[in-house]
Structures are given as structure tokens and as C-alpha cells.
Design a protein around this ligand. Sequence first.
Ligand code: AMP
Length: 359
Amino acid sequence: MFAIEARKMGYRVHTFSPDSDTPTGQVADIETCASYEDLDSVRDFAKSVDVVTFEFENVPSATVEAASELVGVHPRGDILHTTQNRLREKTFLSDNGYPVTPFRKIKLIEDLYHATRELGTSAVLKTAGFGYDGKGQSRIRSAADIEPSFAALNGTEGIFEAFVEFDKEVSVVCARGRDGDFAHYGVIENAHSNHILDISFAPADVTPKVAAEAVEIARSIVETLGYVGTLCVEFFLTKDGKLLVNELAPRPHNSGHLTFDACVTSQFEQQLRAVCGLPLGSTEFYRPAAMANLLGDVWESGEPHWDRALAIPGVKLHLYGKADPRPGRKMGHITAMADSAKQAVEFATDARSMLITPS
Ligand code: AMP
């Protein structure tokens, strides 16, 4: 989606990935297929472009450093390094005074026993690195869960987080330009299923006070980081109206995909503008909007009925061009626009169920 926006504005796109025929590669002018550890290929790639950015944050630090020696990389490698690891990220957030759920570093089983004594036995234990969409997470509900959840870490470093009894999850997708310019899309509300984002809609159903606080936290985070590009701040909103930052995504984010159809400037164009040193665009919404993710499960009984979903007015389809529709894998999404966010959610979810309804 970034490459599509770049091509629309006349930029040539060169993508680097360990895989071939990737969603970006299908749109880009050039696709380099090489391992992130192959630093000679990384340097050749960096020499051939004017600026580098990411759509995926788990690129090794050494790869980013090698590219940074030759060309501008936005967001910077040290920011990527912080956000790639939940412990580093939560430590950055709490050290700078941003609200997060209490957490502890877990290396040994004793650390976990200690953490449960201090913070209680209602918690989530996550791998510190390389986790997304609930991968590498286990829920602790009582002392009986301590040993199995520690075993699930498989010897890797973990983070223990006190479980948040949240009312809802929301996010702020925002961007900061090279000159410090700031833009945001207000607050987007998110519903997850099996730890994977299922539905997002905007505007979120939150009070103006909560919305202003969430945007201010996001603004302050990008300022503190000296960030350039699109960033998403994911929050829990607790039942007593408090915001806690759950995660930072240093790139366009799934919850902002609806901006592709619903806004004057999408989160992807905003990323392009920021990393190319252009002014940020208007984030105005044409209409309230909702997004429903399409996981590989939708293909379970054969080709989905695209024609039925697209017969609903205001519904748009995005498929990423991934070859193998495995269950749980994000393959695309549906966006719907309507007079209210609630109606947009209805259109998006109706369209998605029509994909798999037998004739
Ligand atoms: P994450 O990969 O950290 O974004 O977690 C995926 C999802 O798991 C979140 O969007 C929440 O729905 C849930 N989750 C993660 N951490 C916690 C927590 N500390 N308390 C409650 N729910 C959580």
C-alpha cells in the first residue's frame, strides 16, 4: 500500500526482502530478494535509492546500520531497535513518564515467581522480541499457570505484564515530518479476535477528553523520539477512563488501513511525504469508516464470493497478493464508509460474512 501511494506520486520503488513476489514486490519497480544478513546486498540496495523506510519492523539492527551509512533511513535504526523488543519499548515509555501497565523482565523462573508476588497472578507473559498478533503470548490466571507459561518462552527473554481489564482498545495513527510537522487521524477503535486485529473504526467511541489525551500522548512520543514517518500508538482504555500505552508500531499500522479509502491523505502517503521531506497532507476523513480484516480462514471453503461483498455501497476490497491463505494469516481487508462509524462497521462485517455465505 506504501508502494502504491509512492507510484501514484511518480516515485520509483525498490524493495528489499528475503522473499520474492512479495506484496510490495508486485507493485515496486525493482524487487531485491536477499537475506537481511547479506550486508553486501543491503549496501548495493542502499546505494541505488534516495531514502529507505520500512513496512515491517523486525529488520535486524545490523542491516539498518549498514544502509544508514549510505543513505537516509526513516524512522532511524535506534528507534527500530527500541520498538523491536517489548522490554526496551516499555522501559522507554515508562522512563519517559508515559502510562503503561506494570511489567517485569523475565529470564529465570524465579523472576516469574517474584513478579507474581509483586504484581499478582493475573497477567500476560510475552516473549520480549519478535512477537506480533499474540504470537509468543500466554495468559496467567493463577499460580498453576506459572510453570507452563514460563516453559512456553522456550528459553527466550520474556516480559511479564499485569493483565489490563480494559473497556476497549484504541489507537492513534500519526506522522511526524522531517521538519517536526505533526499530523494525526484522531482516535481509532479496535476489536481483536484471538489476539489478532479484527475490526477497526473511526472515529472511536470515546469522550473528547480521552481523544485529546490519546493524541497528546502520541504527539509527545514522536517528539521525544525525534521520529520521522508514520507511527501507531496502541492503547488500552481502562474501565475508569485511563489510557495505557500497549505498543508502538514504527510504520503504517493495520488499524490505519481505513485511511487508504476514507481520508484525503492515507497513512501510507503520509509515510512517503514524511520520509521524502515533503509537507504532511490533510488527515481529514471523507466519511466515518470501518475496516474488517480478511484472514486466510475466509478461503477455507474455496474462493470467497467477492461479487456479493462488493455489491454493498461504500465497500472497498483490498487484497495483498499473498499466495497462501493460511488460517490466521492477514490476506487483505474490507473498508466500508457510511454516515456513522456504527453503520460502517455493519457494512464491513456484513460484506465479510457474505464472502463465505453458501449460495
Ligand atoms: P500485543 O501483541 O501486545 O499487541 O497483544 C495482542 C492483544 O493481546 C492486545 O491487543 C490485547 O487484546 C491483548 N493483550 C496484550 N497485552 C495485554 C495485557 N497486558 N492486558 C490485557 N490484554 C492484553
